[in-house]
Design a protein around this ligand. Structure first.
Ligand code: ADP
Ligand code: MG
Length: 680
């Protein structure tokens, strides 16, 4: 690989030629024809050629280079159409280059400026008269800082000459699906002919795009299905169909399981008596009672003389599970052990010893559970709460921990983030899914209101009266994505503000930077009713369960994602009191942002909200790809390409059955790094 091409590879993070040729344009620019200056329209990008009529540095008020371009610099006609362009950053060499009379070609988007149409920082170069135009549309690629479009174009062109562009898929399949060949599709996308419809290219409806999207989806389906096959060759220690402990547990609860919880329990217990490791996602909206189901799954392991582990993404949530499990299981004579990173010294040694000798029957904790030094005696099931918050690597590590003489632990993942069907089909092809689609009885509906920031003082007043009546409330502080420091500051400021404004109330504070035991103490005080108003950052988003809390104020709600707001709001509406959620939003809010908040106000259905969120934010949020850093689909889009996805699923089944060579070839092209990331 020549030096320049290798550099592009490195910068884009690719290891193989196959990856670079699949680095496809985001959009195109049309430099195949010139637009006369008089035909330019504001907002329509165009290629223009002309002569520099004038070029000088001006202060308007910032120092900038202003260049006047005419079709002919010395046209007598003072009314000859002119185009201005401005460079806000420029070098002396550029100023020298843009001498009056020099011929330039520039590409940019004209806008209405002070003195007529202008372009700001167009792409330009000096040309001789009659320089030929581009024969294809100019691709614009996704890039990273310090890597120019020209460098990417060049590297791709070079690689296209050397790489294997051979057809990997059988002709009958392509014919049936009416898809064009691989090589012509790729060439068309990297350098489309001038007559290609730009809209079809940009919206990815062009047949060439269809082909590449199909390929991508097919690769994903193949990898998932192959992993599923591999899993069915793995063995798990089957658990005894021992119901006594489970029955004692259920009988000890002050309520009975809902029908939906019972169904999920049956599905799980069925898996656990099988010979292969369970890989199941338990999905249920916020507050649907997933913890109870998880506990039953753990008891199936304990009842067979083995261990269960419950892992949660934050200490607050893990601690809540720990308390809940102790409350539930200690009366049954079982040992529940806590393990978190903060655990030190003798306490930690004791916990590790109990995990290793098997006396710890249920272990609850954070990701500390799969760190070095943790050895389970016989881990039969691992429960992962809020699974999308863990990276794939972490889930894998937990499974590795429990590996025992080729036997793998069963895995139960839980999520309150409902995953839309198309997404589930593509990412969860190897997961079985149980859904809790019913809330426990007696839930009170939550009234959600949108309130502008201008009325913040009224909201504080309302808190005063509310808490005077014995109710408890949360105040969720603004999210500051770009800085944890600022976020902490906002929380501390709010805490002080509330203490000052509401001296008669006991105000508490929890934030992500607090030590685990401080957090736990604050939560315990809130739960016990010793704190009436809890000022909190979004650390309380998942799992926190304080039924007496019935009012939640979310400050700067517009900064949060819809799924996140739904999760937060789910902290109230858990007790007998009627609950309210007040979303405070910034005064100058765009219509779009307001629309998003209205979705939350008008719906309490996690699925409906998730669908909207998927539309607005893309699928990354659902699966935690951001944390795990794994590639999501690059080209296909799960909302619009469901048909292609179905076709890919069918094709994957056929190929796996009848054509292993094609499977091999296709995966080598599309997933050259191996499909390890699918293995979670
Ligand atoms: P999530 O699915 O959000 O994790 P939890 O498991 O925390 O929900 O349950 C929410 C609340 O509902 C808890 O207080 C729990 O004790 C209660 N709960 C769970 N199942 C039932 C049930 N069948 N009947 C009544 N309350 C229930
Ligand atoms: Mg939960």
């Amino acid at each position: 690989m020549p030096g320049k091409t290798a550099e592009v590879h490195d910068k884009l993070g690719y290891a193989t030629a196959a990856e670079l040729i699949l680095h496809l344009p985001l959009r195109y620019e049309d430099e195949t024809r010139l637009t006369p200056i008089r035909d330019l329209r504001p907002g329509l990008p165009a290629l223009v050629e002309g002569e520099v009529a004038q070029c000088d540095v001006q202060y308007r008020p910032r120092r900038q280079l202003v260049v006047e371009v005419r079709e002919q610099a010395n046209a007598d006609d003072a009314l000859a159409p002119t185009l201005f362009f401005r460079l806000l950053h420029f070098y002396p060499s550029q100023q020298a280059q843009l001498k009056s009379g020099n011929r330039i070609r520039l590409f940019g988007e004209p806008r209405q400026g002070l003195h007529g149409l202008e372009m700001v920082h167009p792409r330009y170069r000096l040309v001789k008269p009659g320089t030929p135009l581009s024969e294809t549309l100019t691709p614009v690629y996704p890039t990273v800082a310090g890597l120019s479009q020209a460098a990417i174009r060049k590297a791709i062109a070079t690689t296209m000459q050397e790489a294997d562009l051979g057809e990997a898929l059988p002709a009958p399949l392509l014919k049936r699906l009416k898809l064009p060949g691989f090589e012509p599709s790729l060439r068309r996308l990297h350098s489309p002919p001038p007559d290609a419809a730009p809209a079809a290219l940009e919206l990815k409806t062009d047949p060439a795009w269809q082909r590449l999207k199909f390929d991508e989806l097919l690769a994903q389906q193949l990898a998932l299905k192959r992993y599923a096959q591999a899993r069915h060759r793995l063995t798990a220690r089957p658990l005894k169909d021992e119901q006594q402990l489970i029955e004692r547990y259920l009988a000890s609860l002050p309520f009975s399981a809902t029908g939906a919880q019972q169904r999920a329990i049956e599905e799980i217990l069925h898996d656990l008596t099988g010979r292969h490791p369970m890989n199941r996602l338990l999905q249920g909206d916020v507050g649907s009672g997933k913890t109870l189901v998880a506990c039953v799954a753990c008891l199936a392991a304990v009842g067979s003389g083995q261990q269960a582990a419950v892992m949660a993404p934050t200490e607050i949530l893990a601690e809540q599970h720990h308390l809940k499990f102790r409350e539930w299981l200690e009366p049954l004579g079982l040992k529940v052990v806590w393990l978190a990173a903060a655990l030190k010294g003798a306490t930690k040694r004791e916990a590790l010893a109990q995990i290793a000798d098997g006396s710890a029957q249920v272990v609850v904790g954070t990701h500390a559970l799969f760190q070095e030094g943790v050895e389970f005696h016989s881990l039969a099931i691992a429960v992962v709460d809020e699974q999308h918050r863990f990276g794939v690597a972490q889930r894998l590590a937990l499974r590795e921990k429990g590996k025992h003489k080729a036997a793998q632990p069963h895995l139960l993942m839980m999520s309150a983030t409902p995953i839309p069907r198309s997404l589930a089909m593509s990412y969860l092809a190897d997961l079985d899914v149980s859904v809790i689609d019913e809330l426990p009885p007696g839930r009170t509906p939550i009234t959600t209101k949108l309130i502008t920031m201008a009325r913040r003082d009224e909201v504080v007043e309302r808190l005063r009266h509310y808490c005077a009546d014995g109710a408890q409330a949360y105040w969720v502080c603004p999210l500051v994505e770009e800085s944890q420091k600022l976020e902490l500051k906002a929380a501390l400021d709010t805490f002080e503000e509330m203490q000052a404004a509401l001296p008669e109330l006991k105000v508490g504070l929890v934030h992500g930077r607090m030590k685990a035991d401080e957090k736990a103490a604050a939560m315990a005080a809130f739960k016990a009713g010793e704190i009436q108003l809890l000022v909190a950052t979004t650390v309380i988003e998942v799992g926190v369960d304080v039924p007496n809390a019935s009012l939640m104020v979310i400050d700067h709600a517009e900064r949060m994602g819809l799924a996140q707001l739904h999760q937060l709001r789910g902290r109230v509406g858990r007790g007998s009191r009627e609950s309210t959620c007040l979303l405070l939003y910034a005064d100058a809010l765009s219509d779009l942002a307001k629309q998003r908040l209205k979705i939350i106000r008008d719906s309490q259905d996690g699925f409906a909200i998730a669908r909207e969120d998927l539309k607005l934010r893309g699928p990354g949020e659902f699966l935690g790809a951001r944390q795990s850093g794994l590639p999501m689909l690059r080209f296909a889009d799960l909302e619009n390409d469901v048909e292609l996805l179905e076709a890919a699923r069918t094709a994957a089944d056929e190929l796996l059955k009848h054509d292993p060579a094609t499977v091999q070839r296709h995966l080598a092209r599309w997933l050259p790094q191996g499909a390890a990331f699918m293995l979670a």
